[in-house]
Design a protein around this ligand. Sequence first.
Ligand SMILES: CC(C)(COP(=O)(O)OP(=O)(O)OC[C@H]1O[C@@H](n2cnc3c(N)ncnc32)[C@H](O)[C@@H]1OP(=O)(O)O)[C@@H](O)C(=O)NCCC(=O)NCCS
Length: 142
Amino acid sequence: MSEIADHAVDRQALRRCQRQGLIWVAEEGNRTVGYVIAAVLDGNAHIEQVSVAPTHARRGIGRQLIAHVEGWGRRSGRPATTLTTFRDVPWNGPYYRRLGYRELANTEIGHELTTTMRHEAALPGMDSSLRCAMIKANRGAP
Ligand SMILES: CC(C)(COP(=O)(O)OP(=O)(O)OC[C@H]1O[C@@H](n2cnc3c(N)ncnc32)[C@H](O)[C@@H]1OP(=O)(O)O)[C@@H](O)C(=O)NCCC(=O)NCCS
């Protein structure tokens, strides 16, 4: 997946998210070791990107960043959290399933999430047949 790993960071988009208060980082000492970017899509909290430095992987940092977005969505009255990911990459689909997410059927995918998936499919190295959208309902939500 080198093409995907080589995607340049869109600094303008990052700054926009930062201004909107939609990025949270994990720090160790004064080093940033992970971050998560959120959005609101189709009325749900949406995890746009989550990333943890390989040097700090498998210590629960990713899980905490994801839980943070879920909590933010819950407090804002969002019924669920969504994300898009690779269905079978071990630290993508199977990882999110372990965190309580399930794959959305095509008929369940909302308009804004569909637009996001179309945009992602156009990025270099993305095989849309391997991608899926996932959702985790907030407790107490209908
Ligand atoms: C996905 C990601 C954020 C997880 O962060 P993390 O802090 O390592 O995750 P946690 O410590 O909360 O959970 C670790 C679990 O993730 C999965 N996992 C993480 N790295 C893995 C690897 N190299 N191989 C297999 N499974 C892996 C396992 O289920 C692992 O649980 P285990 O250690 O008990 O086996 C991180 O792997 C990452 O940044 N990946 C690259 C970017 C990416 O794929 N982002 C998601 C886009 S949808």
